[in-house]
Design a protein around this ligand. Structure first.
Ligand SMILES: C=C1C[C@]23C[C@H]1CC[C@H]2[C@]1(C)CCC[C@@](C)(C(=O)O)[C@H]1[C@@H]3C(=O)O
Ligand SMILES: O=C(O)CCC(=O)C(=O)O
Ligand SMILES: [Fe+2]
Length: 374
């Protein structure tokens, strides 16, 4: 990777409480020039080098227990995760109608008036609600996007998403809540399948990782990237690694997701039948550094708005993240023990997520632990 692909973002910037930063992107998208707060440093605006065209991983045979299909899936996953941390799955068991319903609800949500969106705005330090460009948290290099995020607490949560939608957005959005409840449940099921595949690909007991995720907490996010008249100066989401374990992304037909493979930025062509899977920082630690946390970004589009459905799969918040013994023989641990809740606290409250989360997190963790009285 050339040094220009690495972005060095400022840490959390305290906002000037008197300055309103309420960007209504639906209005701004009609203007010829975007506000300077959205402009990223020139050295970060590295162009696209090619197209991601690695084989899709067909999960059908693996789910059914077919040995040959399993062997093939394991090989593909191992190669992808050791090289760049990204792969795509098809025949994943998530109904196409459910995915389409989720997009219909995205349209309804982002089609609301700006005032209505602000009525359930994401509060600092929380991971739920509406955010416009995260402008309440950061003051420069803003992403050209609106997001709505909510939490889902794994297998045993009956109606957490429906409850969130009805309480935050009102009863008109009960159906949206039901659609996303189902969608999140499917994401949990799929994440458990992928955890088994990741375990087998690392030569680890099949259920080792799964156990951390059965009642883990995931953050589900609906992204809307309005069209942007200055696509060469900003990002929908700038280059970063996801801090959680794995991320399951569905992008609409517009396209814009790109991953860094070696030193090349590769565009991932949208496929309605596929989910894109990113390895995140926590899984890198779970694999003792063997699997790469995927560096990726989302581009904006000059002609069309873009939508994506992103499930940031997290393990149980207070379980200690530790690789299995056979991946860390003797004293060869690459990272110290930590919990997902401490990494979440770090990314939410101490340093903006970028491509170097773990490098920045561990010194912070160790210094904060040394401050705790014995
Ligand atoms: C814990 C999280 C922080 C972010 C949302 C989840 C997982 C990924 C993070 C993020 C998407 C990485 C890119 C930058 C970010 C600020 C964003 O553009 O949304 C990040 C999220 C966040 O801090 O809200
Ligand atoms: O919109 C996308 O395709 C990806 C967004 C992303 O990487 C993120 O929200 O973390
Ligand atoms: Fe991401």
């Amino acid at each position: 990777m050339s040094s220009s692909t690495l972005v060095s973002l400022p840490s959390m910037e305290p906002k000037d409480k008197n300055t309103p930063h309420l960007f209504d992107l639906n209005k701004l998208q009609r203007e010829a020039n975007i506000p300077t707060q959205f402009m990223w440093p020139k050295e970060d605006m590295v162009g696209t080098d090619g197209v991601f065209n690695e084989p899709l991983i067909d999960l059908e045979g693996f789910i059914k227990g077919d040995e040959i299909a399993t062997g093939k899936a394991i090989e593909l996953v191992r190669t992808a995760c050791t090289n760049h941390g990204f792969f795509q799955v098809i025949n994943h068991g998530v109904d196409a109608d459910l995915i389409q319903a989720a997009y219909r609800e995205i349209d309804a949500i982002f089609g609301m008036s700006f005032d209505k969106k602000l009525s359930f705005v994401q509060k600092p330090g929380t991971q739920v609600g509406f955010s416009s460009a995260h402008a309440d948290r950061f003051s420069s290099s803003l992403p050209w996007k609106e997001t709505v995020s909510f939490k889902h607490r794994g297998m045993n949560s009956e109606s957490d998403v429906v409850d969130y939608f009805t309480s935050a957005l009102g009863h008109d959005f009960e159906n949206a809540g039901r659609v996303y409840q189902k969608y999140c449940e499917k994401m949990t099921e799929l994440s458990l399948v992928i955890m088994e595949l990741l375990a087998l690909s690392l030569g680890v007991d099949r259920s080792y990782y799964r156990n951390f995720f059965e009642d883990g907490t995931s953050i589900m996010r609906c992204n809307y990237y309005p069209l942007c008249k200055n696509p060469g100066v900003t990002f929908g989401t700038g280059p970063h690694c996801d801090p959680n374990s794995i991320t399951i992304v569905h992008q609409d037909q517009v396209g814009g997701l790109e991953i860094l493979a070696g030193d090349k930025w590769l565009a991932v062509p949208p496929r309605q039948d596929a989910f894109a899977i990113n390895i995140g920082d926590t899984f890198t630690a779970f694999s003792n550094g063997i699997y790469k946390s995927c560096i990726h970004r989302a581009m904006v589009n000059e002609e069309r708005g873009r939508r994506s459905l992103v499930c940031f799969v997290g393990c149980k918040e207070d379980m200690v993240v530790r690789p299995p013994e056979n991946l860390a023989v003797g004293s060869s641990r690459v990272y110290p023990d930590f919990t997902w809740s401490s990494l979440l606290d770090f990314t939410n409250n101490h340093r903006r997520t970028d491509v170097q989360n773990l490098e920045n997190f561990f010194p912070w963790l160790l210094s904060s632990q040394s401050k705790v009285p014995a």
